[in-house]
Design a protein around this ligand. Structure first.
Ligand code: ATP
Ligand code: MG
Length: 428
């Protein structure tokens, strides 16, 4: 019979790799917690309508990447392609705005997009992200960028670039859109097919085009930065000033855009040169129009999302994941000894020790070999003689030193034993 394989574009995260994931998750939790961001967990699937409105019909995500299906009750549902729409839906549905002040949220979890799988691009992938709802203050923009920078730095990532831009307010963009369409229309035949298609639907997205010829045409295109009104301009400069104050280098990139109407002012991306063509590890911006778009009260907001697969590809270039430390490897042979060992393992675990129990039933020699390979600090040995006398042999694997103890003694002297293990771990 042929075996079943994981779906194209999805990956198993095996125990060898999961250490990286746990590390990123732990660092993220820590950094968000210190900045008073609270975690939110929203459902993996939502009404399709949420993403059509919340992400936008003109985007690649909605037009060609969504996993949409009809359920048994004839509802159109979609596996979430991102988490901002879900977080904002929850914010509105549970009246989080009524709590007053600013809501700082973060999330982490799987997202789904029907894309061509390659390194750093999957169909089920993971994002971690933050959303700050209820503040129009430029400090909120700077804060979310600073937190992203902190996260990446704490993980040890280097050679990252912050690309930064403003797309102004709705009015600025309306004017810019016209200027851009006017400039590009004479070149229409020379643009790549996608860009021709976007010229009327979503012209700002043409700036994203990777096509060389389109990029050449764009070299002399009008810049959004020449279309910011004085207030937008001032805001843009204020965020830059704050970034400078924070010691965060950035590069103003007038070609960086988000094509949707509810995006406003700040847009940014953090990129790495070590990821080939999937260079963006974090992307975000301000979306002052989204909450009303989804039926909530007028609420300014800013946030970002970062792709965990890409972060982990970078981490893997740096180091191997640290294995979880093991205190004891417990070997035993003989019916009575094996039963006592099973129980002893449980009692030790309840005292906070980590214990791996050898279940092989093989000869002591083979079990000892596995103990050596296990990475444990010490080995506990229980044979017929120990079972008879309720004792256990404790062998420190680094020094080879061995002592006999009463099993009960191990548990009553737990504190001392914890200290000895810590000391031994430091020496090793
Ligand atoms: P790209 O241009 O790479 O497709 P995007 O603009 O679609 O990115 P966003 O929707 O802004 O990406 O998502 C934020 C981040 O999530 C990206 O910068 C990337 O790190 C990650 N990401 C997006 N799509 C995928 C995917 N299919 N697989 C892995 N990571 C992804
Ligand atoms: Mg994409």
């Amino acid at each position: 019979m042929s075996s079943i394989q994981a779906i194209r574009g999805t990956r198993d995260i095996l125990p060898e790799e999961v250490g990286y994931w746990q590390r990123v998750e732990a660092v993220a939790r820590e950094i968000f917690g210190r900045a008073a961001y609270r975690e939110i967990r929203t459902p993996i699937f939502e009404q399709t309508d949420l993403f059509e409105r919340g992400v936008g019909e003109a985007t690649d995500i909605v037009s060609k990447e969504m996993y949409t299906f009809v359920d048994r009750g004839d509802r159109s549902l979609t596996l979430r392609p991102e988490n901002t729409a879900g977080a904002v839906r929850a914010y509105i549905e549970h009246h989080l705005y009524a709590q007053g002040g600013v809501q700082r949220l973060w999330y982490l979890g799987p997202m789904f997009r029907y894309e061509r799988p390659q390194a750093g691009r999957q169909r089920q992938f993971h994002q971690v992200g933050v959303e700050v709802l209820g503040s129009a203050d430029p400090r909120a923009d700077a804060e979310v960028i600073a937190i992203a920078t902190d996260l990446l730095k704490t993980l040890g990532l280097k050679d990252l670039r912050l690309e930064f831009n403003s797309i102004g307010d709705r009015g600025d963009r309306q004017q810019y859109r016209e200027a851009l369409v006017n400039y590009l229309t004479p070149y229409k035949q020379d643009l790549d097919a996608d860009s021709q298609d976007r010229l009327m639907r979503n012209p700002l997205r043409i700036l994203d085009s990777k096509d060389a010829k389109t990029q050449t045409i764009l070299q002399d295109a009008p810049s959004i930065l020449d279309h910011l009104n004085p207030e937008s301009q001032q805001r843009f400069e204020r965020v830059q000033q704050l970034l400078t104050e924070l010691g965060i280098p950035y590069n103003v990139n007038p070609k960086l855009v988000r094509g949707l109407d509810y995006y406003t002012h700040t847009v940014f991306e953090i990129q790495s040169d070590d990821l080939g063509s999937q260079a963006t590890v974090c992307a975000g911006g301000r979306y002052d129009g989204l909450v009303t778009e989804l039926g909530g009260p007028d609420t300014p907001a800013v946030g970002w999302a970062s792709g965990l697969e890409r972060l982990i590809l970078l981490l893997q270039q740096l180091s191997s994941p640290s294995a979880a430390p093991l205190d004891f490897y417990l070997v035993s042979k003989g019916d009575r000894a094996e039963a006592q060992a099973l129980k002893l393992a449980q009692l030790l675990r309840q005292q906070g020790f980590s214990v791996e129990l050898d279940l092989s039933g093989s000869a002591f020699g083979k079990q000892f070999k596995r103990a050596d390979r296990s990475g444990a600090i010490a080995c506990l040995i229980l044979g017929d003689a120990e079972a008879e006398s309720q004792t256990v042999q404790l062998k420190w694997l680094a020094s080879g030193q061995q002592e006999a103890l009463m099993q009960a003694e191990l548990l009553t002297q737990a504190d001392q034993l914890h200290q000895q293990l810590t000391a031994a771990r430091k020496e090793g």
